[in-house]
Design a protein around this ligand. Structure first.
Ligand code: MN
Length: 231
């Protein structure tokens, strides 16, 4: 086959403990999925889960034991960190029931849903799409994916983010409003999940701004840590 322009490279994330890689299809993100984060954003009460997407090439894949660099994005003066547990889908499906959801999971990783909060806030106010606040280049740093069988009990795990060695976010995945299995049920009712999809499951409280020079280190107990420097 001959293409009229060079086709894009396949975006991929390292798999922990091997030289194999996970090819990224889509990136789904869950909004306001920890109660204390919903509160800090001005919302209370359980609402139906809602989703937004980032393009696959927003991924910044960070190799095990290394620190990657994320350029400070254009247009914003309020770049926020959101540390999140990421679920990697290994087997696709539609209308997946929560009870079957775990069969579709390849593994888990630590991710950052980097957000141009000022632009997102302006779009919210106007009832417009969040794309400009959420779906920009380098907005989805992610560490190596640990296969589910080796990941330990991630649903009870501690999740944290430090900036310059100081705690910014610290909670437990057990605080998720919509569990991983429930999230997969809701997502797969709306979209056909495919092998290669990533799901950023939401962030706990403590989101705040970072500036060039900041080093962000995030983790979920049982998974590879993630480190990036804002440049
Ligand atoms: Mn998020």
């Amino acid at each position: 086959m001959r293409f009229v322009v060079t086709p894009p490279a396949i975006v991929s994330v390292p798999v922990a403990g091997t030289d194999e890689r996970f090819p990224v299809h889509r990136i789904y993100c869950v909004g306001r999925n920890y109660a204390e984060h919903a509160k800090e954003m001005g919302f209370t009460g359980r609402e139906a889960p809602f989703f937004f997407m980032k393009p696959a090439d927003a991924v910044v894949a960070v190799e095990a034991g290394t620190q990657a660099s994320m350029p400070y994005p254009s247009l914003t003066h309020d770049l926020h960190h959101e540390i999140e547990l990421v679920v990697a889908i290994g087997t696709g499906g539609k209308n997946i029931k929560a009870a079957d959801a775990h069969k579709h999971i390849f593994g888990y990783a630590v991710g950052l849903d980097m957000t141009r909060r000022d632009l997102q806030g302006e779009m919210k106010k106007q009832g417009r799409p969040w794309c400009i606040g959420k779906a920009f280049e380098h907005s989805a740093p992610i560490g190596p994916i640990t296969p589910a069988a080796q990941a330990g009990p991630v649903e009870q795990a501690e999740i944290y983010l430090q900036v310059g060695g100081q705690d910014r976010q610290r909670s437990h995945v057990s605080q998720l409003i919509w569990t991983i299995a429930e999230t997969i049920e809701h997502l797969s009712a709306a979209w056909d999940l495919q092998a290669g999809d990533l799901i950023y499951t939401g962030t706990p409280e403590g989101v705040a701004a970072v500036v060039p020079g900041d080093v962000l280190t995030g983790g979920v107990a049982g998974l590879e840590t993630l480190s990036i420097k804002i440049s």
